[in-house]
Ligand binder design. Structure first.
Ligand code: NAD
Length: 505
């Protein structure tokens, strides 16, 4: 990685087109402005200056995009799985070829540090390759025998789908949602988040440069209440894959009710990392620090509640506080930076308000807790640790979505489990213990969709991804994704001349 000055110059070169031409929608293979000509401004989290004007799509733009996705669907659905596989691999190649551009644009649009964004393209390409390889088998089903009957199941793509994504790690998340939809044979209308729209524009261009037919992937920028809402209400959009806040998920479910929309929700989290005294404490501390302070703490799977056995509580939280204080906060393009500016002044206010709430609730600030005067004057907040907290405090119950960790002691395993589960969310959990029997027992009872034992979040794409309780509905990954984007059909063949009830003679 080069130094900040060189990185800034490179980033500016990549951003120039957005500054000049804005961020357009993409419908039926063409870059287009919003039909009514309206646009909104997206800010750089570094200096709060405008980065670009973004097309502000509304219901009419969504209708055009949905019509394009509907028209492209029959041919895309009919494409042989092997051909779809080859094309999706080409998209992955094209993503890798533009890795630097993606990394710089994403870092400047989101405030995420380049040390993490440098891998965004590789991970995005991996998502495409993974689902590319599964594409030829997507329609395969099962053969189920019964007495006098053989059943055959198969899957068919559900139709055009809407994908609505949030502002955190937008490139990676968009690929994670769109790659399986395309591999399944669905066409797509994508509505990215208004705070970070740049990389979604790159992505659709990259896909078409690799040969994706026009209309298979459409992009409509806009506000959630306008473009997002219209997408969830459109009758030709058969399903909505949504990643975002739990309360937005609830709204989407209502909005989609009239058209009986199938929904898949990846929502918020307040994920516990549970550390028992018998754990490898140095590794556990590194993992806890990584999971809350990487990506600015703006990640759904962050370990935002630290539950520590009372006998090691002071020692362990002191280790975490020490590491937190040493984390470098700075410009996202500086290779030394770990924590960059938060996405937007509104979000920064939310995070700082929670820090004030934690203090007012009586928790102790063991590290951070302040706004940082970083380069450009953007939304920098220091890595923060609250100790002496209780699980009833708002900082222990509500998703802050920033670099803020709340540490709570527990007396024994039963209390650890009760605290871990006493929250509205259930996305991930991280357990640190050397006792394998306890690990089985504890993870069996822990209310979370994904749990890592003696590990930070290390993703294996074949495993199911998703949450329980307010953290989501449905799972992504491998066949779970295909079950969402496809309809399963069962056909029963009679194998004998069985007795048919004779009604009426
Ligand atoms: P958000 O819910 O505010 O917005 C997400 C998207 O929904 C945006 O594109 C927005 O424009 C759109 N939207 C808003 N209102 C809408 C409406 N009425 N109809 C349709 N679309 C609408 O979320 P955010 O603030 O952008 O992202 C942060 C949230 O996302 C956090 O809660 C985080 O935990 C969650 N998240 C979850 C996962 C996961 O996998 N579980 C991953 C990343 C982020």
């Amino acid at each position: 990685m080069s130094d900040l000055t060189t990185n800034l110059a490179r980033a500016e070169a990549y951003l120039a087109r957005f500054r000049q031409n804005g961020v357009l929608n993409h419908v039926n293979g063409k870059a287009v402005a919003a039909l009514d000509g309206s646009s909104f401004e997206t800010l750089s989290p570094v200096d709060l200056q405008p980065l670009a004007q973004v097309a502000q799509g509304k219901a009419a733009d969504v209708a055009l995009a949905a019509a394009a996705a509907k028209a492209a669907f029959p041919a895309w659905r009919a494409m042989e799985g092997e051909a779809r596989k080859a094309l999706l691999h080409k998209i992955a190649d094209a993503i890798e070829a533009r890795a630097e551009e993606i990394a710089f644009v994403e870092a400047m649009d989101t405030g995420q540090s380049i040390r993490f964004m440098a891998k965004a393209a590789i991970r995005g390409a991996e998502n495409f390759r993974y689902f590319a390889d599964l594409a030829p088998q997507a329609q395969d089903g099962q053969s189920l025998r019964a007495k006098g009957q053989i059943n055959m199941t198969s899957r068919t793509p559900i139709g055009p789908v809407g994908i609505i994504t949030p502002w955190n790690t937008p490139f990676m998340l968009s690929t994670w949602k769109i790659a399986p939809a395309l591999a399944a044979g669905c066409t797509v209308v994508h509505k990215p988040a208004e705070f970070s729209p740049l990389s979604a524009r790159l992505l659709v261009e990259i896909a078409e440069s690799a040969g994706l037919p026009a209309g298979v992937w459409n992009l409509v920028n806009g506000l959630g209440e306008e473009a997002g809402r219209a997408l969830t209400e459109h009758p030709d959009i058969k399903a909505i894959g949504f990643v975002g806040e739990s309360r937005t998920g609830a709204m989407i479910m209502k909005q989609g009710a009239d058209t009986l929309k199938r929904v898949h929700f990846e929502l918020g989290g307040k994920n516990p990392v549970i550390v028992f005294a018998d754990a490898d404490l140095e590794r556990a501390a590194d993992a806890a620090v990584f999971m809350i302070y990487s990506l600015n703490g703006e990640r759904c799977t962050s370990s935002s509640r630290l539950l520590v056995e009372a006998s090691i509580y002071d020692r362990f939280t002191a280790m975490v506080a020490e590491k937190a204080r040493r984390i470098v906060v700075g410009h996202p393009l500086d290779p030394k930076t770990v924590v960059g500016p938060l996405i937007h002044p509104l979000h920064e206010k939310k995070v700082l308000d929670y820090i004030a709430i934690g203090r007012a609730e009586g928790a102790t600030l063991a590290a951070g807790g302040t706004k940082v005067a970083g380069p450009g004057g953007g939304c920098y907040v220091s890595p923060t640790l609250f100790t002496n907290a209780t699980n009833q405090m708002r900082i222990a119950q509500e998703e802050i979505f920033g670099p803020v960790l709340t540490a709570i002691p527990f007396a024994d395993e039963a209390e650890a489990l009760a605290l871990a589960n006493d929250v509205a969310y259930g996305l991930t959990g991280y357990l640190w213990t050397a006792d394998v029997t306890r690990a089985f027992r504890f993870t069996d009872a822990l209310e979370a969709g994904m749990i890592w034992v003696n590990s930070e979040n290390l993703r294996h794409l074949s495993t199911p991804f998703g949450g329980v309780k307010n953290s989501g509905i449905g799972r992504d990954g491998a066949q779970w994704s295909f079950d969402f984007y496809m309809e399963t059909k069962n056909i029963a063949f009679a194998t004998t001349a069985h007795a048919i009830p004779k009604l009426g003679g």
